[in-house]
Design a protein around this ligand. Structure first.
Ligand SMILES: Cc1ncc(C[n+]2csc(CCOP(=O)(O)OP(=O)(O)O)c2C)c(N)n1
Length: 190
């Protein structure tokens, strides 16, 4: 499964929820499908996308929050999983695109390439729903089931280690930051 195809398959489901991604390839791929004000691409702070998503999910329980993470990022901050599990927000879906590599910085293999199982680690950390999927059909099904379940879920999607040729887009970090904050405030005021 290619991550871009997985993103394409669920893109239209992302219009009414908070979306937080890691930096690099995932952010560029999502933007290539069309940027929206409700998408926040967390630059630089590797491993902390789920923590940002957790903060938003806890303070805005009426919002569905979707975090688009990577295996390298999760491995860099495994404690993030224990904190997610501790607070267990029902409105958070944690998607981990596991390409078994640090693709955005050259493709060095991560521990998932030698057998570490991120869904198993998330489950052992206390995340109540976890799954690993390998096809687009299973990804879409698991994605929809997780949203309906209203239970914190870590969904690991095993994907090919391929991405766009470049990761720089024309959306600056600050522009994204202010636009996203305004969108989030606006949803409260409505
Ligand atoms: C604290 C920190 N260390 C290193 C980097 C450099 N860096 C940016 S993206 C990346 C790889 C991310 O890997 P992964 O989460 O697996 O996503 P992928 O690039 O494979 O999509 C690294 C090491 C960073 N941004 N922040």
């Amino acid at each position: 499964m290619r991550r871009l195809d997985a993103l394409t398959a669920v893109y239209h489901r992302l219009s009414d929820c908070v979306v937080v991604t890691i930096m690099g390839a995932v952010a560029a791929e999502l933007q290539s499908l069309g940027h929206r004000s409700n998408f926040f691409y967390l630059q630089h702070a590797m491993g902390l996308a789920s923590s940002v998503g957790l903060g938003i999910a806890l303070t805005r329980p009426e919002q569905q929050v979707i975090v688009l993470d990577g295996d390298g990022s999760v491995l860099m901050n495994l404690g993030g999983l224990t904190t997610l599990a501790r607070y267990r927000p029902a409105n958070l879906l944690h998607v981990v695109f596991d390409n078994e590599s640090l693709l955005s910085v050259g493709g060095f293999p991560t521990a998932t390439s030698t057998g570490s199982d991120l869904a198993g680690i998330a489950s052992a950390a206390g995340v109540p729903r976890t799954a690993t999927v390998r096809t687009i059909e299973d990804f879409v099904r698991a994605f929809d089931e997780a949203r309906l379940a209203r239970t914190l879920t870590t969904l690991v999607a095993k994907v090919d280690a391929v991405g766009p040729s470049g990761y720089v887009t024309d959306l600056s970090l600050l522009e994204n930051r202010f636009q996203f904050a305004r969108w989030l405030r606006g949803t409260k005021e409505r």
